[in-house]
Every structure is written in C-alpha cells, then in structure tokens.
Design a protein around this ligand. Structure first.
Ligand code: PLP
Length: 459
C-alpha cells in the first residue's frame, strides 16, 4: 500500500505515534504535526498539501544536482538488478566502489588518493578518528593521540562525531565523550573579532589557538587537528583567508595531521570540488558524504592522504574496522553517475564563475540592507544571514534563537525553505540554482524578513 492511500492527517498521526525524529523536541513536534514532504522536482519540494517550496537547503546540504534525476534512479535500478549487494570484506570487491575510488582520487587534492567507505558522514569521522590514532601508533608514537577540534564544530552524531564536534548541548546528553579531544575557538569574525581587528588579523589569532593547544599538550601528544573548512551546522562561519594557510603551517611545524571535514563543502559547494582547493590546503584526511550521491543514496567516503595510507598498508596488518555497507555497490553506482552529471553540466565551474558570485551580490544588494540583518556572507553556494535587533551594536533578540525561527517560519510560508541555527539563517541550495532562482529566493527571503520584523517589533 502506498502513502497515497493515506490522508495528510493520518500520516501525521502515524508519524506522531511511532516515529522518533533526529534533533527534535518530540513533544513539540507531536503537538504541531510534522510537515510531510511527498515529492520533489528540480529545485522544488512539495508537501502533502501540494504546496511548492523552493529548497534553499538542498535537503540537508546534499541534493547538489537537484531533485528528480531519472539518471540516478536508473543507475540504482540497474545496479540493484545486476548486484544489489556484496561486501568488500575478506578480499572481495565489487566494480562500482573500485571505479568510484579511482574517480575520487582523480578529483581530490594532491597526495590524497585512497578511499574508505561508509554510509554517513558520522561513520566516516569515526573511521577518520580511528585511522589517525592508529597511524601514530603504527609509527611508534601511540601517545601522540590528542585531537584538536573546534567549539561549535559539527562532525556528526555518533559518539565519536559528537565528541569531535563542539556542540555543548550534544555533549551534555552524551554521558562521556571519547577521551583526549579538546576544542579551541572558531574563526567567527562577526562575533569574536576585537574592535578594530582586521579580518586578516582575526584569522591569524583564531589559528594561533591551534598553536596554543598544541603547545599546551606538547607536540608529541597531538595527533591531528580537525575542522570543517567552512563551519556548516554551526552557522556557515566562513573563516578569513588568513586562517587555513596559517593552521596548515602550524600543523606542519609540529607534525600534526590535518583532517578536513568536507561533508558539507565537498563536491562543489564552494566552487571547487573540495574546499581544500578553495582555501589552498593539503589535508591528510578529507571526510565526505552527502553530495557524493546528491543524497540519492546514503554513502560516505573518507579520502585518505598517501602518507597515512602508506603506513597503513606497509606496517598496519589488518585494520580491524569497517561497515557492512562499506563500498555498497548501489550507492557507489549512484555516486559515479552523480559525479558524471556534475561534470557534464559543469556545475562546479558554474558555482565558481557564475552563480556563486551572483549569489554573493544578490545577498548584499537585496538582503544585507534589511533592518533585521546584521551581516550576510557567502562562499560559493552557501550563505548566512545574521538576524539582529540592532545592526550597529549587533544586539540580538531574546530569547536567543527565537528571531531566526520567526524568520524561518515566515520564509517557509512564502515558499522558501531555509534553516535557522541560533540567530543565523543558513542557505545551501542545490548547485543547479540559476540567477533566476537566486532572485526568486532573495525576493521570498526579503518578504519573510519584512513579516518577521512586524512580528518581532510587537514584542
Ligand atoms: C561537517 C559535517 N560532518 C559530519 C556530518 C555528519 O554526517 P551524517 O549526518 O551523514 O552522519 C555532518 C552532517 O550534517 C556535517 O555537516
């Protein structure tokens, strides 16, 4: 029986009766009833009432080629008929992860040519954490196992992902994080730069926090630094250009590995295949997932630098780690087709040379001037809008986060899906957006801001 036999109300009731949602206040949701999305096409999603909504978040930062791609469905169907599953344990492989690994090695930054698969970004970060600690143990330095991460970083929701992440509320519910992970300041100039401090200088100061954390532990105790090139779930925090080269210089100085979490930024989001290329960095690991299949199948790929891989292969013996679905043939078939589409349509170049710059200008011209907006910022096709009570002093509305939720709710009512995180609105649309789609989005956001302003001023 398909869902069409159920009314919206019935689906909501069943959802409330049995379905525990991720990152959700269940009581609140069950009282309100969930929004049920039933289908999607191109840049639009549709709910059970048939309402068309422009998807400013590409699902959850993942549907880079947009919805309704028959080619991806066909690739999955063909692979399922031919070989729906076989594992890559005990010296077996299947063709699609083999070919996908070569493709990823081709696209990845220099000296990164090996791939370990999982089904989610969280799993890939578990693999990454185990791998870097294992690397140092194999190199005869088991005590070199501290990881430096960042406050407000997001690295997933497994125990390792939560521990690497710097989200206090998640840590509070964890009941004990993975040991020996510390968190340093984030490169978030809007709130953390000192009065009069230039972006450049702020970037260097934020990077120095990494240096300080290494010195505090002793370089012989620090395995790696991990960070999202642009912090995503934490609020699209784009570091000053001085930040990453300096972090890389510091890591190299102390022989600390550099781990990038590109679960959001990978596969074109910032106008290059990887943000490592956008920021000119050469990491030792790159965590990727989401847009690898444009979200059509769950798949993650941890890209592993040749230095780590060489030790793992030459000295490692068996690596006691892996997942049933590592290198899943169907997910890898979809990923191969997805990358083919992105290349054929030149989506990454388009973000770099056309839609990315246009998006930045549209946000500046059409949104930044609004009275509720403290700052807009973007890189490629990811952007943020800071919601403030007072533009000049950056004072926020109270309670924290409530104003952004008001804007979001009005935006959705205007047919525009975007997300509120803290007091920041975030955008990460499919890479198929055109200049026209960007204008449509800005128009709807501006309207939502006006409506929100009317509500908020009543408070
Ligand atoms: C930077 C980053 N890392 C890891 C993850 C976790 O990925 P998943 O939800 O697929 O486990 C996310 C998810 O949003 C993410 O944004």
């Amino acid at each position: 029986m398909t869902y069409q036999n159920y009314s919206l109300k019935q689906l909501q009731q069943i959802d409330a009766a049995h379905h525990l949602h991720p990152f959700t206040d269940h009581k609140e949701l069950r009282e309100a009833g969930s929004r049920i999305i039933t289908h999607a096409n191109g840049p639009f999603i549709y709910d059970a009432d048939g309402t068309e909504i422009l998807d400013g978040m590409a699902g959850l930062w993942c549907v880079n080629v947009g919805y309704g791609r028959d080619e991806l469905a066909d690739a999955a169907y063909a692979q399922m008929k031919e070989l729906p599953y076989y594992n890559s344990f005990f010296k077996c492989s299947t063709p699609t992860p083999v070919l996908l690994s070569r493709k990823l090695a081709e696209l990845a930054p220099r000296n990164v040519s090996q791939v370990f698969y999982g089904s989610s970004g969280s799993e890939a970060n578990d693999t990454a954490l185990r791998l870097v600690r294992h690397y140092w143990a194999l190199e005869g330095k088991p005590q070199k196992n501290r990881i430096i991460a960042r406050k407000m970083g997001y690295h997933g929701s497994t125990i390792a992902g939560t521990s690497l992440g710097g989200m206090d509320l998640m840590h509070k519910q964890l009941g004990g994080a993975v040991p020996n992970i510390v968190h340093v300041m984030m490169p978030y100039a809007y709130e953390l730069a000192l009065p009069g401090e230039s972006d450049h200088d702020f970037g260097l100061r934020a990077a120095k926090a990494v240096d300080d954390a290494i010195l505090e532990a002793g370089a012989d105790k620090v395995a790696a630094f991990i960070g999202e090139p642009v912090m995503g779930a934490g609020g699209v925090k784009i570091p000053p250009l001085s930040y990453w080269p300096e972090v890389q210089r510091i890591c190299r100085k102390y022989d600390v590995l550099l781990m990038l979490d590109e679960v959001i930024t990978g596969y074109g989001r910032t106008g290059e295949w990887f943000a490592a290329q956008t920021f000119g960095i050469e990491p030792d690991t790159i965590t990727t997932a989401k847009a690898l299949t444009s979200g059509y199948q769950p798949l993650s790929a941890l890209l592993v630098g040749d230095r780590i891989a060489a030790t793992l292969v030459e000295k490692g013996g068996e690596f006691y780690h892996g997942y049933t679905y590592s290198g899943h043939p169907v997910a890898c078939a979809v990923a191969l087709k997805n990358l083919e589409i992105m290349e054929r349509e030149g989506l990454v170049d388009r973000v770099k040379n056309d839609t990315g710059p246009y998006f930045a200008k549209a946000l500046q011209d059409q949104i930044a001037g609004h009275e509720l907006v403290g700052e807009v910022r973007s890189i490629g096709l990811m952007g943020a809008i800071e919601i403030v009570r007072d533009k000049a002093t950056k004072e926020r509305f109270l309670p924290a986060g409530s104003a952004a939720v008001t804007v979001r709710d009005h935006a959705i009512a205007q047919g525009m899906m975007l997300r509120a995180t803290g007091d920041t609105m975030i955008l990460s649309p499919p890479l198929i957006w055109t200049r026209e789609t960007i204008d449509m989005a800005c128009e709807r956001i501006a309207k939502a801001l006006d409506l929100a302003q009317a509500d908020l001023r009543k408070r």
